[in-house]
Design a protein around this ligand. Structure first.
Ligand code: SF4
Ligand code: SF4
Ligand code: SF4
Length: 506
């Protein structure tokens, strides 16, 4: 542990913690424009400089590890002057277009300019003039407003694993652009829009819809995939105008994918059913909710009287909330008196649950969003998790960055195969043979505690069942070279803790 002080407050943090992170953990604000806790320290904007007692120079808090006994000051006349100058320099090229910039009101640069800026700049240079790049469908880039903090570029390559943006050019004319100045073609996760501290990157669907200060923010859960990310909705006069992720909010911790961020417009689709319809004389006619409920109740009573309660069934949906499905269940059991319920989820999840129950005695998955983060090895089996569960996929990428080994067995090229430690290119649908082959290698080479596994009920039969799955045979079935099957088995067996990750596709 490192003991030191920030603004005379005693601080104790783990070795290697930067001054900025230590300050954040202790609720001390140090201004910055290029820091994001998901990214490696960058030290680009120099706004986070701090003074250390007895040291002749200033330190960038975001990239300087705290040292024992240091007395750090974060707000002194000298620091205010330095920050003022940094902002003055950033504003040399920056257009003064807050009145027409969508970011105004929630812009880090604007806030810091108010806090530290001077009414006039001493440096005169031609301001950048480039029209906004509006060629992509969802994201607009106005390079005039860019301060080259590189956060968008880094979140895209380091965290999102996409690398769709780069800083192009040198010196003053440098701009953020997709490769070769082409149209942005990427995951459209919008993470770059969230992290941009200026109005250089904006959400196109939200542009000019409302000023930030008119928005009421409400949190809700994304309905699209099983990650259950928290969306922070911007609502004005009852209408949802945008969705974004907020640092540390929800299990997604501010991350969102394109569906959660941009995919809510269906709510206002002209073709969406907004009122109940009752079929009359062969045509659907709009009805009030009272009329619809009256009608449904009448029809249900008729069916119960003629065919009995058990003749009624209900179909829930995994797109509905747990609470909605629970209410449906309660309604069916307590009001209708029928146990006939199903949902499309049972085609896949119910089978997985059954298998888990049979194998491990577990009724539910024992995983959570952070599960990949403490694993030495992650085996991804025929699943494109970055598409099906994008934010969970980000944690697999994060685990890889933290040093985990990620083995992906898949016939496709996916984002995870590109970032994997090893891509085992297999023939489609051959996972079972592959897993049998892995288990055979593990047993044959005594890579597990044989005495312990031999006590498991049914083990001899299980081992016998693997007899045919020699690496040579599995290689023929899967198309994976023998030596790769053996080395994957060894890696899996030797990992201190491991995880096998797959989605319904498998
Ligand atoms: S939207 Fe996502 S993938 Fe596309 S450039 Fe931005 S961060 Fe990268
Ligand atoms: S576009 Fe925004 S996030 Fe990207 S470098 Fe410019 S100011 Fe930074
Ligand atoms: S990963 Fe995307 S689709 Fe899934 S819950 Fe999160 S925002 Fe929604």
């Amino acid at each position: 542990m490192v003991e030191f002080t920030i603004n005379d407050k005693q601080i104790s943090v783990e070795n290697g913690t930067t001054i900025l992170n230590a300050a954040r953990m202790n609720g001390i604000k140090i201004p910055n424009l290029c820091f994001d806790k998901r990214l490696r320290p960058y030290g680009g904007c120099r706004l986070c400089v701090v003074e250390v007692e007895g040291m002749p120079r200033l330190f960038a808090a975001c990239s300087t590890p705290a040292a024992p006994g240091w007395a750090v000051k974060t707000d002194t006349p000298k620091l205010r002057k330095v920050r003022q100058t940094v902002i003055e320099l950033l504003l040399v090229h920056h257009p003064l277009d807050c009145p027409v910039c969508d970011k105004a009101g929630e812009c880090d640069l604007q806030d810091l300019a108010y806090e530290y800026g001077k009414p006039e700049g001493r440096f005169i240079r031609h301001r950048k003039e480039a029209p906004p790049d509006v060629r992509g469908p969802l994201i607009e880039l106005t390079s005039n407003r860019c301060i080259l903090c590189g956060k968008c570029v880094r979140i895209c390559s380091e965290h999102q694993g996409r690398g769709a943006l780069g800083l192009i050019g040198r010196g003053f004319p440098t701009v953020v652009q997709p490769a070769f100045g082409e149209i942005l073609e990427c995951d459209y996760c919008g993470q770059c829009v969230d992290v941009c501290p200026t109005g250089a990157l904006l959400s196109k669907p939200f542009k000019f819809k409302a000023r930030a200060w008119f928005l009421e923010e409400k949190e809700t859960i994304c309905p699209f995939c099983g990650c259950g990310c928290t969306l922070t909705l911007g609502v004005r006069e009852g209408k949802i105008l945008r969705s974004r992720g907020k640092e540390d909010v929800g299990r997604n911790k501010g991350n969102l994918c394109g569906r959660g961020r941009f995919g809510f417009d269906f709510i206002y689709s002209d073709t969406r059913l907004k009122t109940p319809l009752i079929k009359k004389d062969g045509a659907f006619v709009p009805a009030t909710w009272d009329e619809a409920l009256e009608y449904i109740s009448g029809e249900l009573k008729k069916i119960i009287n003629t065919n009995g309660r058990e003749s009624i069934g209900a179909i829930g949906s995994h797109r509905c909330t747990n609470e909605d499905n629970f209410m449906l269940r309660k309604f069916m059991l307590n009001v209708i008196g029928s146990n006939n319920m199903d949902s499309s989820a049972s085609f896949g999840y119910a089978k997985v649950q059954k298998a888990l129950d049979a194998a491990f005695g577990l009724k539910t998955h024992s995983i959570n969003m952070d599960s990949p983060l403490d694993k030495d090895l992650i085996l991804v089996l025929e699943s494109d998790i970055s598409i099906t569960h994008p934010v969970f996929g980000l944690n697999i990428l994060q685990a890889k960055r933290n040093g985990s080994q990620v083995i992906v067995a898949d016939c496709r090229e996916t984002k995870l195969t590109r970032h994997s430690s090893k891509h085992l290119k297999m023939k489609e649908g051959t996972s079972t043979a592959f897993l049998n082959g892995i288990m055979k290698v593990v047993l044959d080479r005594e890579l597990c505690d044989r005495a312990a596994v031999s006590n498991i009920t049914g083990f001899p039969g299980f081992e016998q069942g693997l007899e045919d799955y020699t690496p040579a045979k599995v290689s023929l079935i899967t198309g994976i070279p023998e030596e790769d099957i053996i080395s994957a088995a060894e890696a899996i067996a030797n990992a201190r803790n491991r995880m096998i990750s797959f989605t319904l596709g498998v």
